[in-house]
Design a binder for this molecule. Structure first.
Ligand code: HEM
Ligand code: HEM
Length: 253
């Protein structure tokens, strides 16, 4: 935008002048912009490292379940599945250690750091606002509501599908890992009991595999919602997970 647009020949802004700059906009429309610090750096760092780990886990997990066609030549000349499994286990450890750190930060961080793990289950207001957000996402409302942290619908999905789902993937993943690590290892001591609980190793593979598709569905909807809300909700989203600051674009209205 330029301040010279739509000016009369005398250099004064014409009466029907469009908004020429932010100062004019503020006077004309009473627009107020507020920035609030929401996500502390450990939350942001965890988010992006964890997202990268999930991408690696889903890609390598898929290949573990549906291996590529076999390679020509002597089997001993190749270690492709070995590298794929190694990448899966490494990303699995990154995800698990990251989750331990993220849980720690829920205790010592700000109030928004706890939203990923707790639901105000008994609050009628919370459930009413979940409904309002669902209507907003379904294009049944004209105006968005604004939230400093996660909106109630996002919080519901994060606690149930993401936090619950990723703990499930970590426990079942380490139980599968304990089979390779062997009896008597600490993996076996901590997670070995999950195998008989699932019935047998094959069942455990299957439910770990199904968990992958649940997480993939979450990620697809989550990224769509983040981009959509960045554009439509009059408050910043993606940059908030980068800088930590939420900008409210016109909270005077
Ligand atoms: C595998 C990929 C991803 C996973 C598993 C994931 C998961 C999550 C989780 C669990 C949270 C809550 C964070 C917390 O409270 O500590 C979150 C927040 C967020 N994520 Fe992701 N994310 C992924 C990728 C992305 C991508 C690619 C984007 C950007 C397009 C994105 C944008 C955001 C934003 C903007 C928030 C904050 C939302 C809000 O303020 O309510 N995420 N994500
Ligand atoms: C979101 C996270 C994860 C996803 C999407 C994922 C996905 C998968 C998939 C699809 C499989 C193949 C299952 C089948 O046989 O059909 C698999 C196998 C496996 N995953 Fe995961 N996984 C995740 C987390 C973890 C974690 C945290 C660990 C812990 C180290 C882990 C360890 C394993 C192991 C040991 C196997 C069996 C490998 C084999 O039999 O060769 N996974 N995973």
């Amino acid at each position: 935008m330029t301040a010279h647009a739509n000016q009369s020949p005398l250099g004064k802004p014409a009466d029907d002048d469009e908004i020429a700059d932010l100062a004019t906009a503020r006077n004309h429309l009473q627009v107020r912009q507020t920035a609030i610090y929401v996500y502390e750096w450990p939350v942001r760092l965890w988010h992006w490292i964890n997202a990268a780990a999930i991408v690696v886990l889903a890609a390598t997990g898929y290949l573990i379940a549906s291996p590529l066609p076999s390679l020509p030549g002597e089997a001993s000349q190749h270690f492709l599945m070995g590298y794929i499994r190694f990448a899966h286990f490494t990303a699995g450890f990154v995800m698990a250690i990251g989750m331990v750190g993220r849980i720690y930060w829920a205790f010592v961080g700000n109030v928004h750091a706890r939203q990923m793990f707790i639901l105000p289950f008994w609050s009628g207001k919370f459930w009413r606002e979940v409904l309002v957000e669902a209507q907003w996402y379904a294009f049944l409302r004209d105006y968005p509501k604004k939230y400093i942290g996660h909106n109630p619908l996002a919080q519901l999905a994060m606690v149930t599908i993401y936090s619950g789902g990723s703990l499930f993937m970590i426990v079942t993943g380490f139980a599968l890992y304990s089979e390779g690590a062997g009896q008597g290892t600490w993996f076996d001591t901590l997670f070995g009991w999950v195998i008989p609980l699932a019935g047998n190793s094959q069942n455990l593979h299957t439910i770990h595999h199904i968990g992958m598709w649940v997480i993939i569905c979450f990620v697809i909807i989550h990224v769509y919602a983040a981009v959509r809300e960045d554009i439509m909700s009059r408050q910043s989203m993606i940059s908030t997970m980068v800088s930590g600051w939420r900008m409210f674009k016109d909270d005077g209205k």
